[in-house]
Design a binder for this molecule. Structure first.
Ligand code: UFG
Length: 339
């Protein structure tokens, strides 16, 4: 035992979960990762033990909770590709909603009462343009978003029936990488805009396809609210602290509050790295809402959470090295050193 307060982190080997483990460690907690490694990476588990198992394995969850003396859980383990969810809905409901049932039952079985849940702005669907508040109606437009909304509903019902307390954190677009270079974004296959655009800029893949240029936005491309993964991770630690201090169940947006279109993101990559993003115009991608931007006010009021690194240029600067790009200032230094 390290004397640190142990937190079970399902999906702790994944992109957001591993950054949350680092933030927990920095805050003095012991993150215990519970992950089947289907999409996560063993080498991202650096700050505590790894229990290799599937979140739908309720007996395995209960055993891990008991053996590590867990009192609170962060639940990330889930499938998170919107497009894939349209093609394989049963798998998404099984893994995401099924995983949530298994976790709730394990918590009831072991007496754990506090759950921080990885929800999504995908639960809002395609709301009218403008900043999205937590009381904006949740009307998801794909199985992924519906599976996350089901999880929120389960938590609400079990909170009322059994005294569980939860914080459902509805993220906007997670991006960036650990500023100290300990962790990065490594999805396979990669489908997210910023990593794909940076890979295109570095020549690691062909031109980026810009999906849809006829949306009702400033320049016709989709608008998203990008939040730095380290800010997200810090938000989760604040949510654990909030529940530990007796906070009541809540659902909060985690976003920067600023939207950027795809073309603005490509220009930001060029400006930060000095490399233009080769791209071509393509038809709309099914299921994409035109614009998603958070009203981040309630998370600030409830948790004292404010983003610190979620300016788009900062996100790109932190992620650039993991895509073989240097931020422009470093690139200049490297060129000068070579001369
Ligand atoms: N895009 C492109 N070309 C690409 C990839 C993406 O134009 O090659 C566009 C998309 O069409 C979209 C925008 O860039 O308009 C952002 O797409 P991402 O795939 O990066 O992110 P999404 O907004 O679709 O999805 C992400 C997460 C989900 C989460 C969702 C909430 O992947 O888990 O944000 O909006 F639910």
């Amino acid at each position: 035992m390290t004397g640190r307060f142990p937190i079970l982190v399902t999906g702790g080997a994944g992109f957001i979960g591993s950054h949350a483990c680092k933030a927990l460690h920095q805050a003095g907690y012991l993150p215990v990762t519970f992950d089947n490694l289907s999409t996560g990476h063993t080498d991202a588990v650096k700050w505590g033990p790894l229990e290799k198992a599937d979140v739908r394995n309720q007996a395995g969850l209960s055993a891990a909770i008991r053996s590590h003396g867990i009192r609170a859980v962060m639940h990330f383990a889930a499938s998170a590709y919107v497009g894939e969810s349209v093609e394989r809905p049963a798998f998404y409901y099984d893994n995401n909603a099924g995983g949530m049932i298994s976790l709730i039952n394990a918590c009831l079985d072991t007496g754990v009462k506090q759950i921080v849940f990885s929800s999504s702005c995908a639960t809002y669907g395609s709301p009218a343009c403008g900043r999205i508040r937590e009381d904006t109606p949740q009307a998801p437009i794909n199985p992924y978003g519906r599976s996350k909304l089901m999880c929120e509903d389960m938590l609400r019902d079990c909170s009322a029936a059994h005294g569980l307390r939860f914080a459902a954190l509805r993220y906007f677009n997670a991006a960036g990488a650990d500023p100290e270079g300990d962790l990065s974004e490594r999805h396979d296959p990669e489908t997210h805009l910023l990593p794909l655009a940076m890979q295109a800029a570095s020549g690691r893949r062909g031109p980026l396809q810009v999906f849809g240029t006829d949306y009702p936005t400033r320049d016709g491309s989709c608008e998203r609210d990008y939040i730095h993964v380290s800010d997200l991770a810090r938000g989760h630690v604040l949510a654990v602290d909030y529940l530990a201090a007796g906070g009541s169940s809540t659902a909060l947006n985690l976003g920067s509050g600023t939207g950027h279109t795809i073309f603005e993101a490509l220009e930001a990559i060029r400006s930060v790295t000095g490399k233009a993003v080769p791209h071509e115009l393509a038809p709309r991608r099914a299921g994409d809402p035109p614009s998603l931007t958070a009203d981040p006010g309630l998370a600030e009021e409830t948790l004292g959470f404010r983003t610190e690194r979620s300016g788009l240029e900062q996100i790109i600067r932190d992620a650039a090295p993991s895509f073989g790009l240097a931020a422009a200032r470093e690139a200049r230094h490297e060129r000068q050193a070579a001369e």
